[in-house]
Design a protein around this ligand. Structure first.
Ligand code: FAD
Ligand code: NAD
Length: 479
């Protein structure tokens, strides 16, 4: 194999593999180094491209969310349509096998894309050395190859944060990967952290029958979301049986005869609950351990984030960094867009990422999605706004689907009417948000959406009506 390339990418997650493919499309001789192996199933131990997202993140979690939602709907939604089933049962092994098959199909797909685009795939741990060289190490830490390139893109991603007093044993105290791989439904499941992972994976196991208690350190629920939407979400999750306890600081967990005893304090009171398994979902940290040799010239901050400018340039010439390991939200699509932008900059073009227009989706039921700023953030900045909202219950399609929960809320600048944020909770809002991302990217006003024809009957009519409501002229609700 050649040892000299135009570009070396370290990490084959959505940041790295997308950057590598885009570099190759632009005529650059590209290698991509990744150390990930398949975690389960008959491919266990084999190299597996796609990073956290495809192997242990977005894709397997959505596979389980979908399976568990089908099961939940069979029992709780189908009767309203006149469909009844006796003895509905979930075969957890089959559900997991389906998930594994989806993961291997997609990770194998990246390997094929690499081949088709002539990206050289290298399995091992990459470490950036001096003079634009990269050592590739095997599992035992031995250097097996040294590669060099004109440009290097770092896309090492992130790993779960471990609580110091509650280390993962990967059996009863697990991270998100462990929670994706349970081979049976835990009777009592404790989740630490009511963030995105806690809510998504808590929903999966709750729907399948676990008693789920979520302990969240903060006093407010889902602070990253618009608080109007967060309140609706909290009420829905409580109705579904997710027991979310706010302001709960977990101290420790001891294994006793009755299971794991978790002690926590809430409003100054000490409490204990017994659970069978604990998922720690308190955030993720950059996977930069062992990535940067001391003399490579790339700086990381004290939390391990690689320092970059707004173009994704590190302090070292010709070394770039993208994705979870740099500032900004830890989202697959944000990583990919940075990867594309860097590839285009390397090839002499002008890459562009609009950080004001990064959509967020939480794949619970109802789904939560937003783009732009929240009402509370805009208020804090003293920006004058006007808002309009519209409930799905007032749309014919949501009612016909038996999905009347939720709303669309639109926020526009009070003077210019320019869209500043759109926030949604309801069925399929992960898909509805796309229109609003495009509208914001085009710097639209709420009037632009209000004057756009939306098909009837669709859920997107709620977006249309929310835009009309900004100007107090929604048709199907009293303004
Ligand atoms: P990663 O996907 O983490 O990929 C980095 C790759 O680099 C990994 O394969 C790693 O093994 C490899 N690597 C690291 N260091 C080295 C090295 N030194 N040498 C060689 N290889 C190395 N985001 C969404 O947008 N939507 C979702 O629905 C979603 N769901 C998620 C669900 C879960 C359970 C989790 C954990 C995350 C989820 N995320 C989701 C977040 C998403 O997975 C990440 O934002 C995304 O994967 C980051 O992409 P990345 O390329 O920066 O890093
Ligand atoms: P998170 O930052 O979303 O949530 C962590 C939560 O844990 C926070 O609410 C925090 O206040 C709480 N917390 C922290 N320390 C605590 C403690 N000691 N006790 C109790 N609570 C504590 O992190 P996450 O859920 O681990 O997810 C990590 C990242 O992965 C997300 O921020 C997101 O970027 C990404 N992700 C995205 C999706 C998606 O896009 N649908 C899905 C899963 C993960």
């Amino acid at each position: 194999m050649a040892s000299s390339f135009d570009v070396i990418v370290i990490g084959a997650g959505p940041g790295g593999y997308v950057a590598a493919i885009r570099c190759a499309q632009l005529g650059l001789n590209t290698a991509c180094i990744d150390r990930q192996t398949q975690q389960r199933g008959d491919q266990k131990g084999r190299p597996s491209l796609g990073g956290t997202c495809l192997n242990v993140g977005c894709i397997p979690s959505k596979a389980l969310l979908d399976s568990s939602e089908q099961y939940h709907n069979l029992i709780h939604q189908f009767p309203a349509h006149g469909i009844s089933v006796d003895n509905a049962a979930m075969d957890v092994a089959k559900m997991q096998a389906r998930k594994e098959q989806i993961v291997s199909g997609l990770t194998g797909g990246i390997a094929q894309l690499f081949k088709a685009n002539k990206v050289t795939s290298v399995h091992g741990h990459g470490r950036v050395m001096q003079d634009n060289t990269v050592d590739v190490l095997d599992d035992s830490g031995q250097v097996i190859q040294t590669l060099s390139a004109r440009e290097i893109i770092l896309a090492p991603g992130s790993v779960p944060i471990e609580l110091p007093d509650m280390p993962f044993d990967h059996e009863v105290i697990v991270d998100s990967t462990g929670a994706l791989n349970f081979d049976q439904v835990p009777k009592r499941l404790g989740i630490i952290g009511a963030g995105v992972i806690g809510l998504e994976l808590g929903s999966v196991w709750n729907r399948l029958g676990s008693e789920v208690v979520v302990l969240e350190a903060l006093d407010d629920f889902l602070m990253i979301a618009d608080q109007h939407i967060a309140r609706v979400a909290k009420r829905q999750f409580a109705q579904q049986g997710l027991d979310i306890r706010l302001g709960a600081m977990v101290k420790k967990a001891d294994l006793g005869a009755g299971g794991l005893r978790m002690s926590y304090t809430q409003k100054g009171k000490r409490n204990t609950i017994e659970v069978d398994r604990i998922v720690v979902a308190v955030g993720r940290r950059p996977a930069t351990d062992g990535l940067l040799s001391p003399d490579c010239g790339v700086a990381a901050d004290d939390r391990g984030f690689i320092e970059v400018d707004d173009q994704c340039k590190t302090g070292a010439p010709h070394i770039w960094a993208v994705g979870d390991a740099v500032r900004g939200p830890m989202l697959a699509h944000k990583s990919s867009e940075e990867g594309v932008a860097v590839a285009e900059r390397i090839a002499g073009g002008t890459g562009h990422v609009d950080f004001n227009c990064v959509p967020w989706v939480i794949y619970t039921s109802p789904e939560i999605a937003w783009v732009g700023q929240t009402e509370q953030a805009l208020q804090q900045q003293g920006i004058e706004i006007k808002t309009g909202s519209f409930p799905f219950a007032a749309t014919g399609r949501a009612r016909a689907m038996e999905q009347p929960i939720g709303l669309v809320k639109m926020i526009a600048d009070a003077q210019t009417d320019r869209l500043l944020g759109v926030h949604m909770i309801g069925a399929h809002v992960s898909e509805l948000i796309g229109e609003c991302v495009l509208a914001m990217a085009y710097q639209s006003s709420s009037e632009d959406i209000a004057r756009t024809i939306h098909a009837h009957p669709t859920l997107s009519e709620a977006t249309h009506e929310a835009a009309l409501a900004v100007d107090k002229r929604a048709i199907h609700k009293v303004n």
